[in-house]
Design a protein around this ligand. Structure first.
Ligand SMILES: [Fe+2]
Ligand SMILES: [Fe+2]
Length: 279
């Protein structure tokens, strides 16, 4: 397979027609057979990959080139997700405005050539696939959440996620409910994932203020938890945080399984497995 074929497969699996701004081939390759796959494959991992005879280092998080410069173009996916959940478009746009502005400005600080240049020097194919794999993970979580009734408790959703997905059972991290209460009614659920990064305070607020009772992020900052708790304590609103690496793995693993089916040898590095690993 070529790096292009691999990217195309990810887009197809995610139901996307265009390459998102946070996804790129830094150093193209063809005839790829052995792939090292991880969430953050950077300098050290590139050297190890080359040293151990891999043809491609396939990383999840954006690692260079234009993929690290335009995170604002991916963050607006939150708007689409909010609108689908019933948030009026104008309120949804307002909720992403500050962060999009910040991303546009801070993109300029990135040393975007460091890792692509290293991959070229080493002579190893190098690419990242971010939003398409997060979209796969988002759909899996949304589908599982849709299997519970609105009258279930938040704790029931945590149990259901663990039941459905080995990634959550095998992760060292736990699913947390830092805003609201595990005993609360689940109500309407929105999985706010697959949009570059979590939506912070304004996106969670927009969901809460427009009929969503339980918002799911894969990670969140303490400052956002404090602010949301202050505002929504005792209102029945909940923020469920599923854990970064477990949740990223949830979207990455089905894609790696599809690559294996195409005959590639895939070695995962630092992913949470869907199935228990042997000794
Ligand atoms: Fe991710
Ligand atoms: Fe991530």
């Amino acid at each position: 397979m070529t790096t292009e074929d691999i990217l195309r497969l990810a887009l197809d699996m995610a139901g996307l027609t265009e390459v998102p701004a946070d996804t790129a081939i830094y150093c193209p390759g063809k005839g790829i057979r052995r792939v090292l796959a991880g969430i953050d494959l950077e300098g050290a991992e590139l050297i190890v990959a080359k040293d151990r005879g891999f043809d491609l280092a396939l990383t999840h998080h954006p690692a260079g080139g234009a993929a690290v410069l335009h995170m604002d173009r991916v963050f607006v996916r939150h708007v689409e997700l909010m609108v689908r959940a019933g948030v009026p478009e104008e309120a949804a746009r307002r909720a992403v405005a500050d962060k999009s502005f910040e991303d546009r400005i801070t993109g300029q600080t990135r040393n975007y050539e460091r890792l692509p240049a290293l991959a070229r020097l080493l002579g190893i194919a190098y690419m990242n696939i971010h939003t398409p794999l997060d979209e796969i993970g988002r759909r899996r979580m949304a589908e599982a959440a849709g299997e519970l009734s609105a009258d279930a408790r938040v704790a029931d959703l945590v149990a259901h996620f663990r039941d459905r997905f080995g990634e959550f059972r095998h992760a060292v991290s736990a699913i947390q409910c830092p805003v609201g209460d595990l005993r609360s009614r689940l109500g309407r659920v929105a999985v706010a994932h697959g949009a570059g990064t979590n939506g912070g305070y304004p996106v969670a607020k927009a969901y809460f203020d427009h009929g969503v009772d339980t918002v799911i992020y894969i990670h969140v900052s303490p400052a956002v938890v404090r602010k949301l708790t202050e505002e929504y304590e005792g209102t029945g609103k909940n923020l469920l945080v599923t854990g970064h690496i477990a949740s990223d793995s949830l979207g990455i693993n089905p894609f790696l399984a599809a690559l294996r089916e195409k005959g590639l040898e895939i070695v995962p590095l630092g992913l949470v497995p869907a199935e228990p690993q042997g000794p």
